[in-house]
Design a protein around this ligand. Structure first.
Ligand code: RTP
Ligand code: MG
Length: 141
C-alpha cells in the first residue's frame, strides 16, 4: 500500500460556476483526504511558473490567461495511490474523451476550461505541492 500526496486545482471555470463543493464531495467520496486547501488568484508569473513544462506550446498563452482569469482553489490530497486515482477521477484532458462519471466529463466546458488539475507523477506532485504550500500548512491525519 502506497500512501501518496497529490496536488489538485479547482480551476477558474469551476470556481466561477460554484462547483467547489461538488468537486470536494467527489474527491472525498473517492476516499481521498484533503489535507491542505486555500483560495488564490494566480498572478501571471505564478501561473507561468506552474505550467513551465508547457512553455512554447501553442496553447500556453491561452492556458496562462485562463488560469489567471479568476480565483482557484488549490489542494493537497492524500491517499492510497492518490496520484493515479485522482487522475482517474478527473478523466481525460479533453472532456469529450473523458469517461462517464469523471469530473471533466461532468463539469468541463472545453479542452482548456476543464475544471480541474491533478499532478501527473510523484516528481510533479512534490514540485507542485511545494510551489503552493509550506510544510506547516499541510495537515495530515
Ligand atoms: P492538468 O495539467 O491541468 O491537470 O491537465 P492535463 O495534465 O490533463 O493536461 P496537460 O497536457 O498537462 O495540459 C495542461 C492544461 O492545458 C490546457 N490545454 N489546452 N490543445 C489545447 O488547447 C490544450 N491542451 C491542454 C488544459 O487546461 C490542460 O488541462
Ligand atoms: Mg498536466
Amino acid at each position: 500500500m502506497t500512501i501518496e500526496r497529490t496536488f489538485s486545482i479547482v480551476k477558474p471555470d469551476a470556481v466561477e460556476r460554484n462547483l467547489i463543493g461538488a468537486i470536494y464531495q467527489r474527491i472525498e467520496s473517492a476516499g481521498l483526504k484533503i489535507i491542505a486547501a486555500k483560495m488564490v488568484h494566480l498572478s501571471e508569473d505564478k501561473a507561468k511558473g506552474f505550467y513551465a513544462e508547457h512553455e512554447g506550446k501553442p496553447f500556453y498563452d491561452d492556458l496562462v490567461a485562463f488560469m489567471t482569469s479568476g480565483p482557484v482553489m488549490v489542494q493537497v490530497l492524500e491517499g492510497e495511490n492518490a496520484i493515479a486515482r485522482y487522475r482517474e477521477l478527473m478523466g481525460k484532458t479533453n472532456p469529450e474523451e473523458a469517461a462517464c462519471g469523471t469530473l471533466r466529463a461532468d463539469y468541463a466546458q472545453s479542452m482548456r476550461l476543464n475544471s480541474v488539475h491533478g499532478s501527473d507523477s510523484p516528481v510533479s506532485a512534490a514540485r507542485e505541492i511545494a510551489y503552493f504550500f509550506a510544510e506547516d500548512e499541510i495537515c495530515p491525519r
